[in-house]
Design a protein around this ligand. Sequence first.
Ligand code: SF4
Ligand code: SF4
Length: 63
Amino acid sequence: MPSQINPDECISCGSCAAECPNSAIEQGDTCYVVDANKCTDCKENGGNSICIDTCPVGAISKK
Ligand code: SF4
Ligand code: SF4
């Protein structure tokens, strides 16, 4: 399942968007958001979601 960003926790640092290999994360109106149609769950990286490991405040999770 695609990654999801908690808008209450995201501080809009942009780190996840910079690291996503599929450009699946973009800046939204109030915080960054994941495009579920582009997120591959980092399957090409063995399933380790780069964005989750990158976020400094733990705002990204799987549904
Ligand atoms: S899990 Fe991977 S592909 Fe999906 S948004 Fe995060 S970094 Fe991008
Ligand atoms: S890395 Fe975390 S805090 Fe930074 S933009 Fe992404 S979700 Fe928001």
